[in-house]
Design a protein around this ligand. Structure first.
Ligand code: C5P
Length: 208
């Protein structure tokens, strides 16, 4: 199979030197890319800015913003058989990107108007046909309920539920939920081992 993986955070520019982003390390997405390679798949890794290097053998596409990640993912999708959406895409971006560095206004507050970013996994899942689409849900409360709702809303085949402690951590646990109603709890384990189990469980038993 040829598999698309999105990973890492996105950066949403405010001006030439500032951006909005989040603490995603990219570790889980890169571990999944590695596990996919080890299982004999081809991987297109579309990644936001991270401190780690892509595994040897992946086709790596580096992006910054959610819009760039969407474009790169849409370009790769027609040739892929499955997608793991692991990126922590910023929900919003500044409505206007200032061409010049914003100046501090002495003693005054500053408003930043934000607009929603497109949902990358939902956009691709809308044209998935027989292809397998796997998304992640990072939830602090009522995780199972929210994760199942997300699976339906975004048209996913599988959703992987994590707690907030997973972000940036080397090890974590996950609950893999499938659209057939099944549930599989894994960990705590290092992310590399979680990734191997996720690939085994979803691609071995998942929809072909
Ligand atoms: O809605 P939420 O952000 O919790 O959904 C998380 C899942 O959706 C992850 O798989 C993430 O990669 C994906 N996502 C996306 N594009 C967005 C927001 C989330 O692909 N704009």
């Amino acid at each position: 199979m040829r598999v698309l993986v999105t990973a890492g955070p996105t950066r949403e520019a405010i001006d030439p030197v500032r951006f909005l982003s989040n603490r995603s390390s990219g570790r889980m997405g890169y571990a999944i890319a590695q596990a996919l390679l080890a299982a004999g798949h081809e991987v297109v890794l579309v990644s936001g800015p991270v401190q780690i290097t892509p595994p040897d053998g992946v086709l790596s596409v580096q992006v910054e913003s959610a819009l760039q990640m969407l474009d790169a993912s849409l370009a790769a999708w027609p040739d892929c058989d499955a997608m793991f959406a692991v990126a922590a895409v910023a929900d919003y971006r500044p409505k206007q990107v200032s061409e010049q560095k914003l100046k501090r206004q002495e003693g005054e507050g500053q408003f930043l108007e934000l607009i929603p970013n497109p949902d990358i996994v939902a956009t691709l899942a809308a044209t998935k046909q027989q292809r397998l689409v796997i998304g992640f849900a990072l939830e602090s409360h009522h995780g199972l309920q929210h994760a199942r709702a997300k699976m339906q809303r975004k048209c996913l085949d599988v959703v992987v539920l994590n707690g907030p402690e997973a972000q940036g951590a080397a090890s974590s646990r996950m609950t893999i939920l499938k659209s057939d109603g099944s549930q599989h709890d894994v960990g705590p384990l290092p992310k590399a081992e979680l990734a191997v189990e996720l690939v085994r469980y979803t691609l071995a038993n998942g929809a072909d």
